[in-house]
Design a protein around this ligand. Structure first.
Ligand SMILES: *[C@@H]1O[C@H](CO)[C@@H](O)[C@H](O)[C@H]1NC(C)=O
Ligand SMILES: *[C@@H]1O[C@H](CO)[C@@H](O)[C@H](O)[C@H]1NC(C)=O
Ligand SMILES: *[C@@H]1O[C@H](CO)[C@@H](O)[C@H](O)[C@H]1NC(C)=O
Length: 252
């Protein structure tokens, strides 16, 4: 045990040094808004409501868009404010496929947040370089992926029976040819299994599908760990059974 003390002291000193370096660099990093992959985040409305314990009266019974997120950048241009006017033409599709599941009557706040946090960074790409192009591009990618019809074809439907996460991931990987990420709500007290919440598919800056993992990174996370960018409570799903909850229509 003896050598442990000096070594941990040394480690501490090293940590401190690294922390200081990190701290000193931070101002410079603010200007660094580099990213290389775009994440198309779909969420399952029933789970979105469950996550915050909200009793949503009539959530969509299809996967909707949470956002289109550059992987390593956020809030890239604080002076580029959201303008509802710019995306007025997209309203029918926005309401249908990119709704604010939790605040269906006040959705522009959600779009404003998505634009200011993620859109201002995505706008580095010509194809997404305005609010209209960003939201329109997100809608296009969503339509191209056709996740809802793909899941149906794969026979993956909301059910009181559980799915194996690996089956869902493998099925998605086989139809899209790339590795997706699937996120779940961990079981709440009294629940047997995790609940499926988000499905991510990733794109290059050229808007080509790519693996959500980096080359060499294992497709399976080593263990459960919170993921930055996920909503409160959502984590990468653990391998094993998962609940894909049906809309609770019968209860109303
Ligand atoms: C930030 O957005 C403003 C308003 O659209 C624009 O004029 C400016 O060029 C942008 N800055 C950068 C660095 O893109
Ligand atoms: C919409 O929500 C935002 C933030 O929650 C709030 O500031 C705004 O006043 C709301 N607008 C309406 C019309 O309710
Ligand atoms: C995507 O992941 C699969 C499985 O790990 C791998 O075989 C393939 O080479 C990856 N594709 C790219 C472009 O990295």
């Amino acid at each position: 045990m003896k050598p442990a003390a000096p070594r941990s002291l040394l480690l501490c000193a090293l940590c401190l040094a690294l922390c200081c370096v990190g701290g000193a660099r931070r101002p410079r990093r603010r200007g660094n808004h580099e990213w290389k992959k775009l994440i198309m985040v779909h969420h399952w409305p029933v789970t979105v409501c469950k996550e915050v314990g909200k009793d949503c009266p009539d959530p969509p019974d299809y996967w909707t868009i949470h956002g289109l997120w550059p992987d390593k950048a956020a809030e890239c241009n604080g002076s580029w404010h959201f303008s509802f006017q710019e995306i007025k033409d997209l309203m029918p599709e926005m309401k249908m496929y990119w709704p604010d599941v939790l605040h269906p009557l006040n959705r522009s706040h959600f779009w404003e947040h998505e634009w200011e946090k993620h859109g201002t960074c995505a706008a580095q790409v010509d194809a997404l370089s305005s609010q209209k192009k960003y939201f329109g591009g997100g809608l296009d990618l969503y339509q191209q992926l056709g996740l809802n019809s793909m899941l149906q074809k794969l026979g993956i439907k909301p059910s009181i029976n559980y799915y194996q996460i690996s089956d869902i991931k493998d099925a998605l990987a086989s139809v899209y040819g790339v590795i997706p990420k699937v996120q779940c709500l961990p079981p709440k007290p009294g629940e047997e299994v995790q609940t499926i919440g988000q499905i991510e598919l990733c794109f290059t800056k050229g808007l080509q599908l790519r693996n959500c993992t980096e080359p060499g990174e294992p497709a399976e996370p080593p263990s459960r760990r919170p993921r930055a960018g996920a909503g409160p409570g959502l984590e990468v799903c653990e391998d094993g059974p998962a609940f894909y909850p049906p809309p609770d229509r019968a209860a109303r």
